[in-house]
Design a protein around this ligand. Structure first.
Ligand SMILES: [Zn+2]
Length: 75
C-alpha cells in the first residue's frame, strides 16, 4: 500500500515508519517527534496528529502481513 501525504511543496520529504495495530496502520516519523498519522484499513479514514513542522511532506509504505506469501503453491 503506497500512501502519499501531499502538503506544501517545500522540498522536505520524510519517510514514515508504519506499524499495524488491529485494523489501523499507524505512521510515525523518526524525524518528527509527535507526528502520527493513522489509517483505518476498513473504512479508509485518516487521522493526523501534526509534528513540529507542518510543511514537511510525509510518505509511508506499508505491506499488509500475509500478502507477501500469495505466490502459487504447486506440489
Ligand atoms: Zn517528519
Amino acid at each position: 500500500m503506497q500512501v502519499s501525504f501531499p502538503s506544501n511543496d517545500s522540498g522536505a520529504r520524510h519517510r514514515c515508519e508504519a506499524r499495524r495495530f488491529k485494523n489501523w496502520v499507524v505512521f510515525t516519523c523518526p524525524q518528527c517527534p509527535g507526528f502520527e498519522r493513522r489509517i483505518d484499513l476498513e473504512t479508509g479514514a485518516m487521522h493526523t496528529r501534526p509534528g513540529a513542522d507542518p510543511y514537511v511532506l510525509h510518505e509511508g509504505f506499508y505491506v499488509p502481513a500475509g500478502l507477501e506469501n500469495t505466490g502459487s503453491l504447486h506440489n
